[in-house]
Write a protein that binds this ligand. Structure first.
Ligand code: PAF
Length: 279
């Protein structure tokens, strides 16, 4: 696996891949790789001839007081995992390759970025949209792969790809979960043993609520019950627990397909997010 940190060699190597190998799949990450990321790599391998993974801890998507400085950066371990998984190229740009001196452009995707995580993390999705646009232009993949765990992020990236005329596929990959149902996340590492066992209430509350909504129970009541369960299980703050249209993320007061239930809640000093479809 080649590890490249500068744009000029990146472009040369990718030109070679396009000519000699074929379809290029991009898996954008911020590193601290876990099985959820590796699942994206697997799906990319299934659909593409060469897999490129990017690792860049993007300062533009962290707000003041968030965990930019403490965000885990185990690059050697990440590189070993990717090498083992048959990744052809690790794009690990130095910060100036993404935000050169005088950088002034911001990509903002409008209403779909408001609400949900956008409400609790102002500016976060502009930071994500900006860096993802840059990664798309730098790598020019045939397909790019994102986890459904960050569902609002995925919806925003699909929107920006359509709006900005990117022609590659944007593929959403179902969330990978631990055996008890907790969605894998780099931030699970912050949980104490007790918080980790309490955190399972998050997927449980979602499952119960999704079942009740599909059975026709009133949405507002179901959501209140699910929030009460989380607060009784060790979560101390719920940023949102909402039913949304699965593509536009428009809020749904009544059950209507396609629908998605999304949650963000705090346990200890960790904010966890999750979501599931209603079927
Ligand atoms: O999901 C992530 O890891 C990041 O938000 C992404 C898409 C790599 C952009 O920095």
């Amino acid at each position: 696996m080649q590890i490249i940190r500068q744009l000029d060699p990146l472009r040369d190597v990718l030109d070679g891949f396009r000519k000699d190998l074929g379809r290029i799949g991009l898996v954008p990450t911020m590193g601290a790789l876990h099985s959820g990321h590796m699942r994206l790599v697997e799906v990319a391998h299934d659909q593409c001839d060469a897999v490129v993974v990017s690792i860049f801890v993007n300062p533009a998507q962290f707000g003041a007081g968030e965990d930019l400085d403490s965000y885990p950066r185990p690059e050697a371990e990440d590189a070993a995992l990717l090498e083992q998984a048959g990744v052809a190229l690790l794009w690990a740009p130095t910060p100036d390759q993404v935000y050169p001196e005088g950088y002034a452009t911001n990509v903002s995707v409008g209403a779909i970025s408001d609400g949900l995580c956008g409400a609790a993390r102002p500016g976060h999705f502009d930071g994500v949209a900006t860096v993802v646009t840059k990664l798309f232009n730098q790598v020019r993949p045939d397909a790019a792969f994102f986890g459904e765990k960050d569902y609002q992020q995925l919806a925003i990236i699909r929107r920006l790809a359509r709006d900005l005329d990117f022609t590659h596929d944007v593929i959403g990959v179902p969330t990978v979960r631990d055996s008890d149902g907790l969605a894998l996340s780099s931030r699970n590492a912050y949980l104490t043993v007790q918080q980790r066992s309490q955190a399972v209430a998050l997927p449980e509350a979602l499952q119960e609520a999704a079942g009740a909504i599909a059975d026709g129970e009133p949405v507002a009541l179901v959501i209140e019950k699910a929030k009460a369960k989380l607060l009784a299980s060790g979560f101390h703050k719920i940023d949102y627990l909402e039913l949304r249209h699965a593509e536009t993320l428009r809020i749904l007061d009544k059950y209507d397909l396609p629908a998605r239930l999304l949650v963000a809640a705090h346990i200890g000093r960790t904010r966890l997010i999750d979501n599931i479809p209603i079927s």
